[in-house]
Design a protein around this ligand. Sequence first.
Ligand code: ADP
Ligand code: MG
Length: 290
Amino acid sequence: MTGMCSHNAQLRDASQLHFPSPAMIGGPSVSSERARPLIAMENISKTYTTTLGARVKALEGVDFTISDGEFISIVGPSGCGKSTLLRMIAGLSGVSSGRLTVDGTPVTGPSADVGIVFQHPTLLPWMTVRENIRLPLRVGAYPPIHQSRVDALLSMVGLAPFANAYPYELSGGMQQRAAICRALVRNPKVLLLDEPFGALDALTREHMNIEMQKIWLSNRNTVLLVTHSISEAIFLGDRVIVMSPRPGRVICDRRIELERPRNFKDTVVDPRYLRLTADVRDLLTQGAGE
Ligand SMILES: Nc1ncnc2c1ncn2[C@@H]1O[C@H](COP(=O)(O)OP(=O)(O)O)[C@@H](O)[C@H]1O
Ligand SMILES: [Mg+2]
């Protein structure tokens, strides 16, 4: 695995480094390219106490930074703390130790700067698509200009003709596009996607990957995508972060040097894509064997 993050070495390194080294990401250091990170995770650990009093260490020594406008893909085995990580960035769950900042400010609770999309679209069934997307605007005082965003977002994801439809009238992919619009309606700096395409069939998922790339290229929000699909992670990301089994640590952080916009036809035969895919699969398989 030349140029690849060695599994065990990385386990050690990830807890010590504040920025991924060039060797970790197979390219120039992220910290040297842009100034201040938008999201900074410094030696973060998270331990849950279950209702029966057992302690579950979900994350340990998670330490990496994300620049403004980056698209980060996160892969790792089930239960390694990926959702926990996103929930902490969203301010829905606190860190047990370490420091987590968004835009230089420690995260203490939910913020309009961060939008989140879950695996299931969680649209309210008694509201139309438009009403669902407008829902976050009811919280807090938003100037009228934000109202017109709804139409712009609906057009961007091809849902304008369905603005007044109810969720049950939409396909799974359309519902998920509506959920992405809802997360984007307050124009958050950070968009968190927790396996958003996991419940979709393969072709719809590919289509959503193309849509997601379009959305990101036109919005340039900072995106963290958690996915079980290695190909989705590499197709969409600027970097792919691989996590170890629980307690989750960063075992690899690699830059994806594929030009954008990407399309499946060319990307899936690109030697860089094939190499990265194989490397990430190797890491996940080693992790599963431990
Ligand atoms: N609220 C909770 N209370 C107790 N344990 C939890 C809670 N949420 C998650 N966990 C545990 O933390 C670990 C990480 O969970 P999660 O972040 O959902 O993992 P992933 O998203 O990678 O599958 C799992 O072992 C899970 O059982
Ligand atoms: Mg999860």
